[in-house]
Design a protein around this ligand. Structure first.
Ligand SMILES: Nc1ccn([C@@H]2O[C@H](COP(=O)(O)OP(=O)(O)OP(=O)(O)O)[C@@H](O)[C@H]2O)c(=O)n1
Ligand SMILES: C[C@](O)(CO)[C@H](O)COP(=O)(O)O
Length: 388
């Protein structure tokens, strides 16, 4: 993904050097997946899609640079080293960003993956009013001080739960961090303590910080999954040959199928069904027949590409269903091999697979054995909370 940045765009600094002591797990939470996508990648993509964001810099713990670069592949980001505390990570990240000379910077926790474009807009809007801008949500529960029992009340009026991204005048926040005492839990406080105004702007419940083990499940639910279906249809004509390719399997036959690629109608219809569910063109858009590199190509790569687009959108294929329409060859004996091949091409993307066959009772072009047709249906699940 290339940057959409407009001139004068703000920089983004994503802090991802934490150790996830509260979340636990085998790897730090920013490297775990949410909706099939690494947590760190979610917010990096959100910044990369936003036209008002320019350079994007990520700081990670020592030794994690290669892992972070691999999971951020294809995004216009740079990766540097963070520090032992969040405050130190921000300070180091700001120093590393100084070479880009941004006028403004948005500082964001990698642990807040659901970063909506309108939250970025609100934070940038706040920066037009003050040198600092901080998204926050009102406290709605009653607050009490205590240990095992309640010892007193804490009035909630005027209290806010602050989130990220927090926006700043770059030179002011860099200077404030350079001279700040240790112990600040966020950057708005660092700027305020240095004597500058920080504007509060409305936050977003979905910009929650994944902190505790149970937060992964909550975050998955907040992705607002949408279920989408697509259909595909394809026809190829019989010609000379002794086998046809169907759903990735060579099936012996008195004829072959004529086509630019291997003419696998099953995989072509299914690829179109997956692309249809995504709303991302058709097989010809992605693999133009005019392009000589697809001559004789094995069609499994077309389907694998469509599946990779679903995965890149943080989604998952739930179900695919292919119907092959022909008088011959007989499909039944080859069905187990076709299902195994589809599972192989789709890896673990599609838990439910179906291949069916029908004749047209001697009617039409398939009935006259002039060609072979296939129709397919795919159902996918995509995170619906932001426009992807
Ligand atoms: N030395 C640190 C500590 C934290 N962070 C980042 O600051 C954000 C907010 O921190 P938090 O949720 O507290 O993450 P962790 O420090 O990883 O969690 P814990 O406190 O449970 O260990 C996270 O994106 C985290 O990666 C950082 O860049 N450098
Ligand atoms: C910056 C922050 O996300 C604002 O809510 C938060 O303070 C960082 O998390 P931590 O748990 O305090 O390290």
């Amino acid at each position: 993904m290339s940057s959409n940045a407009s001139p004068g765009a703000a920089a983004a600094l994503i802090v991802a050097a934490g150790r996830s002591q509260r979340a636990g797990g085998d790897v730090p939470k920013q490297y775990r997946t949410l909706g099939g996508k690494p947590i760190l990648r979610w917010s990096a993509e959100a910044f990369a899609r936003h036209a008002a964001i320019g350079p994007i810099h990520v700081v990670v713990a020592e030794g994690e640079e290669a892992r972070a670069e691999a999971l951020l592949a294809g995004l216009p980001v740079t990766v540097g080293r963070g520090g032992a505390t969040r405050q130190q990570s921000v300070r180091l990240g700001l120093e590393q960003l100084a070479a880009s000379n941004p006028a403004r910077v948005l500082i964001h926790d990698a642990a807040r993956p659901m970063l909506a474009a309108d939250l970025i807009d609100r934070v940038l809007g706040g920066l037009n009013e003050a040198p600092g801008s901080c998204p926050a949500l009102p406290v709605v529960d009653s607050l009490r001080r205590g240990g095992d029992s309640i010892e007193g009340e804490v009035p909630r009026e005027g209290l806010w739960r602050v989130q990220t991204p927090q926006g700043f005048d770059f030179l002011l926040i860099r200077a404030a961090h350079a001279s700040a005492a240790e112990g600040a839990t966020d950057d708005a406080e660092v700027l305020r303590a240095a004597g500058h105004q920080v504007r509060l702007v409305p936050g977003d419940e979905k910009a929650m910080k994944v902190t505790l083990p149970q937060d992964f499940e909550t975050a998955e639910r907040l992705l607002d999954w949408v279920t989408l279906s697509g259909s595909g249809y394809d026809v190829h004509k019989f010609g000379p040959g002794d086998h046809v390719w169907l759903c990735g399997v060579p099936v012996p036959h008195s004829h072959g199928l004529i086509g630019h690629s291997d003419a696998d109608v099953g995989l072509h219809a299914l690829t179109d069904a997956v692309l249809g569910a995504l709303g991302d063109g058709d097989i010809g858009t992605h693999f133009p027949p005019s392009d000589p590199q697809w001559k004789g190509a094995s069609s499994d790569r077309f389907l694998a590409h469509a599946a990779s687009l679903v995965a890149a959108a943080g989604g998952r294929i739930l179900h695919v269903d292919v119907t092959l329409i022909c008088e011959a060859p007989k499909v039944g004996p080859h069905r187990p091999a076709m299902l195994a091949r589809l599972a192989d091409i789709l890896h673990d993307h599609a838990p439910r697979l179906s291949v069916k066959a029908t004749t047209t009772e001697g009617l039409g072009f398939t009935g006259r054995r002039e060609g072979l047709a296939a129709q397919a249906m795919a159902t996918i699940r995509l995170p619906g909370w932001s426009k992807i």
